[in-house]
Design a protein around this ligand. Structure first.
Ligand code: EPZ
Length: 431
């Protein structure tokens, strides 16, 4: 298994191109199940999760074709992929596949909307918590689906098709809102989604569904209205830039010091995280080409953050911000409100010399002047990358194990960091 070796201490300076967002790409790919026509997705990231979902969708009968590069396309231009679900050949998503990637559970809504039936394995727990799917099931029931749980599978049917209804989420849920949107788009009648997630990835899905002929208003606000249509058609849609990748490299630049242009990034997608970085002493500016992050000389200041649904501080940047705070000049408090077990990186950061104490849902981080390299590993992708950030400013060598977590969500991480002067390399088994 590959590992990543990092020798800390180098300043970061240069340009990092930001890829298409993983968490937008996955539901967009799943939306291709809603139409027999071709859905073309542009700016697709090259990630292990995308490849795995291609395989899962392939089982249902979705063909995909990656378009070749055009003259002038640089190495970092996202891919253009054509998805075609002309004929759905299987409405079952088996445990072996769904357990590998939770987001694949979201095939439930489009299969049900188009075929009137679906059988999808429950995804089970994961490293960051129990992560139930009860809100997704209730949402589909509100649209008239009949749902039973049989031998670990959600067995759903809507023989006459889904019908519009009221979906009122008890808690903001991204996957629940994706599910509600995909179900309601082709339901008979109107649907209101209350307490909807406002995350940019939800807005991106809504825009793509609208390009496919869906009638949706209010995406990006807590109340979304959907007027059902009888069928959806093919469309072309470009995946929005990855705000979590943007925030991750912004924090890396703040940690290591230097001057990095995050090319193609949009500051409006992660205002709260960039504000926290500015309070921590980084300079952040929006430029025509993207977002620029600098930290020169100024020490890292302690900043308290609390994760919240968008536009709050994203849970997917909590671990990275904690890594930065390990070198702040003082004590910071980081509160996680979205997932109950998303502090798995704390023990690993401690291996690098960080001083972090957990009190319920809050981590109290006592900044230190220096961290020291060590072998580390993590159990999820954002936790893994927080170790990379810490290692960039640690003295000596850090070896990050279980790199497959990073490959799930970060395209060419080591290449992007190395281009800015970081000492990072991938070491293959035996290397
Ligand atoms: C999405 O997960 C993202 N995944 C996560 O990113 C992200 O952390 C999360 O949203 C929150 O922003 C993808 O987009 C593929 P939720 P999702 O439903 O949709 C509870 C990453 O690293 N809940 O918004 O699964 C749930 O337990 C990943 O890229 C229920 O109780 O998250 C959590 O506490 C990790 N019942 C909260 O709601 C339900 O039926 C929000 O979860 C559904 C959710």
């Amino acid at each position: 298994m590959d590992r990543i070796r990092i020798v800390g201490g180098a300043r970061l300076a240069g340009v990092i191109p930001i890829s298409g967002a993983k968490n937008a790409a996955l539901p967009l790919m799943i939306a291709s199940l809603l139409t027999p026509e071709t859905l073309t997705l542009e700016n697709m990231p090259r990630l292990a999760d995308v490849r795995l979902l291609n395989r899962i969708l392939g089982n249902h009968g979705v063909d995909h074709a990656v378009e070749g590069k055009r003259p002038g396309d640089g190495p970092h231009v996202g891919e253009r992929v054509h998805y075609s679900a002309r004929r759905i050949v299987d409405t079952t998503a088996p445990y072996e596949l769904v357990s590998k990637m939770r987001a694949s559970f979201w095939v439930l809504a489009p299969l049900l909307a188009r075929m009137g039936q679906a059988r999808v394995s429950l995804p089970g727990g994961c490293a960051i918590g129990t992560r139930p799917v009860d809100f997704l099931i209730t949402a589909l029931e509100s649209l008239g689906a009949r749902i039973d749980i049989e031998s670990g599978y959600v067995v759903a049917s809507a023989r006459e098709g889904l019908r519009g209804g009221l979906i009122d989420f008890p808690k903001v849920t991204v996957g629940g809102t994706h599910t509600a949107l995909m179900g309601a788009a082709m339901a008979r009648g109107d649907t209101t989604i209350r307490n909807a997630a406002c995350e940019p990835e939800v807005v991106d899905l809504a825009h793509c569904l609208m390009a496919m002929g869906a009638k949706i208003s209010g995406a990006g606000t807590p109340t979304i209205e959907v007027q059902g249509v009888t069928s959806l058609h093919g469309a072309r849609h470009s995946v929005l830039p990855d705000r979590i990748e943007t925030g991750t490299y912004a924090m890396a630049a703040a940690m290591a010091g230097g001057d990095v242009l995050l090319q193609g990034a949009r500051a409006d997608l992660l205002r709260s995280a960039l504000d926290a970085l500015e309070r921590a002493g980084a300079q952040v500016s929006s430029e025509a080409e993207g977002v620029r992050v600098r930290r020169d000389g100024c020490p890292i200041r302690p900043v308290d953050v609390r994760t919240d649904p968008f536009p709050g501080f994203p849970t997917d940047l909590q671990a990275q911000f904690m890594a930065l705070m390990t070198r702040a000049e003082g004590v910071s408090r980081i509160t996680e409100t979205i997932f109950e077990n998303r502090f798995m990186h704390v023990q690993e950061l401690a291996r690098l010399g960080a001083r972090i104490r957990l009190e319920g849902d809050t981590a109290i981080v006592e900044g230190r002047p220096q961290l020291k390299g060590a072998p580390v590993m993590a159990t999820d992708l954002r936790a893994s990358v927080s170790l990379v950030i810490a290692a960039l400013a640690a003295e000596g060598e850090t070896m990050v194990h279980r790199v497959y977590h990073l490959d799930r969500g970060f395209e060419r991480l080591e290449e992007k960091l190395r281009a800015c002067g970081a000492q990072v390399e991938r070491v293959s088994e035996g290397g």
